[in-house]
Each structure stands twice: as C-alpha cells, then as structure tokens.
Design a binder for this molecule. Sequence first.
Ligand code: CP
Ligand code: NVA
Length: 317
Amino acid sequence: MIEKNRHLLRLADWSEERILETVDIAMRLKKEVHNGQFSDRFHGQTIGMFFEKPSLRTITTFQVGIHQLGGAAVLLAPDSIGLGKRESVHDVATCLSRWVNALVVRCFKQELVEKLAEYGNIPVVNALTDDSHPCQAFAFAQTIKEQVGDFKGNTIAFIGDGNNVANSFLVLCAKLGMNFTLACPKGFEQPTSVIDEMQPFFKQHGTQYRVFNDPKEAVKDADILYSDVWVSMGQEGEKDSKQSHFLPFQINDSLLKLAPAHCKVSHCLPAHRGEEITDSVMDNLKVNLSFEEAENRLHAHKAVLWQLMTPTSELGK
Ligand code: CP
Ligand code: NVA
C-alpha cells in the first residue's frame, strides 16, 4: 500500500492545504534566492533523477534547485539501468532506496512511478508521465498567486489536448476553487475517471468543469488561457493526424481578442511556435506568463522536495 502523502505521484493525492502550503514555501524560497540567501536544508542529501523522456526545464531546475539547497542530484541513465529489462523495478527501487533520499522520475507510464513508490522506501516525485504533470501545476499555481493574486473564482481555459498537463491542471483548479474549461477537438477530451474524481471538489467550491469543441466558446470568460503542444512526447507517430485535428485550436491574436481584456496566457513549454501558439502571443510579454512560470519551476520543485525528503538516517528502513 502506497502512502500517497509521502510522494508526489498525482496532484489528486495532495490536499488543498498541502498544495497551498507548498506554493507558499516555493514563494519564500524564491524570495530568499533573489536576496542571495540559500538554505542548507538538503545538506548531505542526494536525489536520484531518472528521465526516460527529453527535458529542458524539469531536468535543469530540479538539479539547480537541489544544489541551491545544499544537496546533490545524481542523473540516472535509463538505457544503462534497463528498468524492468536488465533488472526488475522492485530490485532497482530497493537498491536506490538505500542510496538516495528521493527519486524524481519522468517516464511514459504512470504505473511506473507508482511501482517505484510501492517497492522503494523513499519519496518519488512524478516529473511527468503520459497521464499527469503535477510539478507543472505547482509552478502554474505559484504564477497565478504572483500575477493574479488569488485562486478562487478564476477561470482557466486550457486550449489543447486533454492529456498529462491538462489533467494536473484540472485537479489544481478543482482543489483550489477555480473553474476549468477544456477546448479540444472531439476525441481528445480528458479521461472521465479524472473528471469524476474531481467533481466533488468543483461542487464544494461552487466552480465548474466544462468542455468545448470550439475554442472561441472556451475563451469568452477566461482569466488565463493555457496552451500545450499538440503532439506530446512519445506520440510523434501521430503527428500528421493530430496536427490536422488541432489546427483550429491555436492561441493567436484573434482568439485572444475574444477573451476578456485582462486575460493572460501561459504555456508549459516547449512551445511549438506557429502551431499551438503564435510568435505574436509568445512575444507579447504583457500577456504571456510562460517564462514566469518556467522560472517558478525552479522554486516549485524545491518546495515539493522540501515537503517530502527522507532523512538519511531512515534510508533502507
Ligand atoms: N514543461 C516542461 O516540463 O518542460 P521540459 O519538458 O523541458 O522539462
Ligand atoms: N504534453 C506535453 C508536455 C510537455 C511538458 C508532453 O507530454 O510532451
């Protein structure tokens, strides 16, 4: 049985209070770094990083953040480890649990992060799977708090694929009292299990989950438009067909004009300029918060680890 609170496997496992506390820790750590102060919280501790998929932001900011807090990051090599092929997931997780204080994992299957958490004895952080991207949601939450002020009552319109990033943002909105709107082509909606699990939170906050197949409908009452690539990592074979479905779902100046005047835009990045978002929106830094959010990945990751790290004296127990 996995102790859900000991890991960040899915944002849905964390309470509203814990999410808000983590955002506050991230904001404090950001302020400290900007003032030239560095905590020694991770002194003597080591975090393993296992990335099966490419990354710029996540792989860099975890390493920089761990370094800023006095710890060390070890990049593990998926090809060399051969998880589940050269050695069982169980044995790899058991060995790693005797060496490192936490494990940050980017992989295809959500099941793999869950198994590493189940078989090991150290916190596991989901750094993106095909199903979810909770770390991105933390950086987005911090950006909203900094740029908009409050969470409650905001409407986030996600224009794109109903997969990993959208799933974690749906959860973030449900838990923090925001409305979540998805605009996607038919057939690219979010799994009903994710929506159903979050309906009680929307009900509790009096907020709404909506889906439109027309992006123009989705942006009308939005406070923030969000964008993600049309073709996610691992889906390269579906590129042509996905691009043809998603063509009308581009965030461009015409779409932005249909949104309220105060509406901002963000993107998890990498952005495929000219596809899901235009240069004109990306380069409009009065509107585009993507780079603020990218900066916040650094502090969000430190805050997540701050909440989770296992003391070295408990490794292997
Ligand atoms: N947004 C995000 O996770 O970026 P990377 O894939 O570069 O890590
Ligand atoms: N949906 C994208 C997110 C990248 C951060 C992907 O999975 O490739």
